[in-house]
Design a protein. Structure first.
Length: 154
């Protein structure tokens, strides 16, 4: 086997993946964050799919999620959440340290197990959770409207 690059660095990078710092069972705040974000992203996918169906009569299951589509779908269904809050939740890309969106932090954790993203996630957990709950409340109120049930308060 040919050795290319820096083998010691590669060993370090791969061993970092298994470090307990990133272990879900030892970091319940990561589990709380990911569970809530997954609910946000899953509901966003479904809302965008409903929007696509209503607006374009498209029933295909594929939805590429981007913030522009989420904003359009939220407007279409009159979700009670400000566009700036949707952008603060679902904007993708790299982001700026200390101001990353939940989507960016999720990506950093799931794709890289990024230590700085984990630290930011932990430091900002309450405000990030509040933001995600704001989206989920808007969706739950949309469901209440559709079903005739009582709306939730934030």
């Amino acid at each position: 086997m040919e050795k290319k690059g820096n083998p010691k660095r590669r060993v370090h990078v791969l061993e970092e993946v298994f470090a307990s710092t990133y272990n879900l069972t030892k970091n319940p705040f990561i589990v709380r964050f990911l569970e809530t974000y997954i609910d946000c992203e899953t509901t966003a996918h479904k809302i965008v799919r409903f929007y696509k169906h209503d607006k374009y009569q498209r029933t295909d299951a594929s939805v590429i999620l981007n913030v522009r589509k989420i904003v359009a779908a939220a407007r279409y269904f009159h979700l009670a959440i400000d566009e700036s809050r949707i952008r603060a939740l679902f904007t993708g890309g790299k982001g700026i340290r200390g101001k990353k969106t939940p989507r960016q932090l999720r990506n950093g954790y799931l794709h890289e197990k990024s230590a700085p993203d984990v630290k930011e996630m932990q430091r900002r957990l309450d405000s990030l959770h509040d933001l995600m709950q704001e989206w989920l409340t808007a969706v739950k109120n949309f469901v209440a409207d559709l079903s005739g049930r009582k709306k939730m308060t934030s």
